[in-house]
Design a protein around this ligand. Sequence first.
Ligand code: THU
Length: 159
Amino acid sequence: MATKYLLPQGCHLYLRSNFDDTDEKLYQAAIDAAEKAYAPYSEFKVGASALLENDIIITASNQENSAFPSGLCAERVALFYAGSQHPNIGVKKLFITIAVTDKDPTLVYAPCGCCRQVIAETEKRQEKPIQIIFEGHDNQFIQSNGIAPLLPFAFKLPE
Ligand code: THU
């Protein structure tokens, strides 16, 4: 199927018809989570759901603050929660969804740069890539096999 933009290598179109039961569950969980966002300043509600290796699903939403940089994106709330509550359990999949009434069908709602760096660290910690699924244009989804396609040259400290 055609896309309106070039997908980086390692990213694929992922249609709702490709979803298995777990994907459906994760997608619904992310949508429900987005509704719980605290986003009074941007009114841009984001939901994330993470599937752990032990099949636990963690959900999170963005949490804003009147001191703007003190807020946090949904993805990082999810991954930091997973890392703190389940430090030795890997994350298999991360779904990201947006709950806005006027969703622009031409936009791709990919994770922000800071969240990409945190996803990279999570992969480093678990030594396994995370399948990342986010919203593309026209109700399509994009799946990235790990963070590398979205974040080449991720920052790493020398070992
Ligand atoms: N936001 C996320 O939750 N995830 C992202 O990847 C990008 C942006 C949030 C942060 C802020 O609360 C709102 O969306 C607008 O930037």
